[in-house]
Design a protein around this ligand. Structure first.
Ligand code: COA
Ligand code: MG
Length: 294
């Protein structure tokens, strides 16, 4: 299943969590990390457990993920132990420094799923890999683990934590465009995800009132190969879903490419005087996959 839109909701806010039901998001991410203050972590775990238990696996229309605290803290096992009885559909692991971190979380989940009667392997993982210098530089390693981390379905990145990690004053230039390092980190996150056969999920669009800007950004990065984006406000979800749907022109063109190949009995075809070969066929199939997902 393609996770186009993933809506963050602070894990200690009953009021905001009540807005999860009926959201057109492909997944909700209940956050126990940055959106929950240190003094509220334990309350957040309890509220999150109750939230999950009130929405049993069988009747769920939206995937329910939980962002736990990072491995560099002493909290991830406490987070997992508290939420596992609610059978989350996935874990978002922040500040992943490499595939070994994902493997460790996978092992914890093996044990907790057995303890709590959750089907083995049910709980998937989206790792935030591009959030630290080490995380970005280890992106290449995930391809070597392909097939060995079956829970891992997607990767996300985080330019704010990355800036903090490397001691930068900010991540954008005065015109509002990412500085060089963040362009590189974003591009590496895309390539790292694709090389490992994973979904590439973009970070938050923090200017949550700028709907036109969000839509344009989603369309642009979808063309680059990104498959989804996190939302921080409910109003962003339908915009992200629309932005990740190929345009009518793209769909019509992809259909014509598929038709041209169906009629050709060689590896090349022609359409409107232009040569088409295997990459064009793959692109057309990708477009149709995205249409099916939406
Ligand atoms: N999930 C669910 N409900 C949300 C929400 C979210 N992420 N963000 C806002 N809402 C609710 C508000 O509580 C409000 O409800 P009400 O009408 O019943 O009062 C309604 O949607 C409209 O919210 P609005 O007034 O536009 O925004 P705000 O000023 O209350 O909140 C944020 C702005 C940024 C604080 C809020 O969107 C938020 O908490 N986002 C998630 C932050 C997060 O999880 N960050 C971690 C990942 S980066
Ligand atoms: Mg963060």
């Amino acid at each position: 299943m393609i996770l186009r839109s993933m809506l963050f909701i602070p894990g200690d806010s009953d009021k905001k969590l009540a807005k999860a039901d009926g959201s057109p998001a492909d997944a909700i991410i209940v956050d126990l990390e940055d959106a929950v203050a240190a003094a509220r972590k334990e309350a957040g775990r309890q509220i999150t457990q109750e939230f999950l238990k009130a929405r049993p696996l069988a009747g769920r229309k939206t995937k329910l993920y939980v962002r736990i605290n990072p491995l560099e803290s002493d909290m991830p096992l406490r987070d997992l132990a508290a939420i596992s009885p609610g059978a989350p559909d996935g874990i978002m692991l922040p500040k992943a420094s490499g595939p070994e971190d994902v493997e460790l979380i996978s092992r914890y989940l093996d044990i907790l799923e057995m303890r709590d009667g959750v089907p083995a392997g049910h709980t998937k993982i989206v790792a935030i890999t591009g959030e630290s210098a080490e995380g970005v530089l280890s992106l290449r390693d995930y391809a070597k683990w392909k097939g060995k981390l079956p829970r891992l379905v997607g990767m996300c990145w985080g330019p704010w934590d990355l800036a903090a990690d490397i001691g930068a004053g900010g991540n954008k230039d005065p015109q509002g465009n990412y500085e060089l390092t963040y362009h590189m980190a974003m591009s590496m996150s895309l390539l790292g995800a694709k090389a490992a056969g994973l979904q590439a999920i973009d970070t938050a669009y923090t200017e949550f009132k700028d709907e036109a800007g969000l839509l344009a950004w989603c369309k642009r990065i979808r063309r680059e190969g990104w498959t989804g984006k996190v939302a921080i406000h409910p109003a962003q979800v339908p915009i992200i879903n629309a932005g990740f749907r190929p345009s009518d022109e793209e769909i019509a063109h992809a259909q014509r490419v598929l038709d041209a190949f169906a009629q050709a009995d060689t590896g090349v075809a022609s359409l409107d005087g232009v040569m088409l070969d295997l990459p064009h066929l793959k692109q057309a199939r990708n477009i149709m996959e995205l249409v099916k997902a939406s």
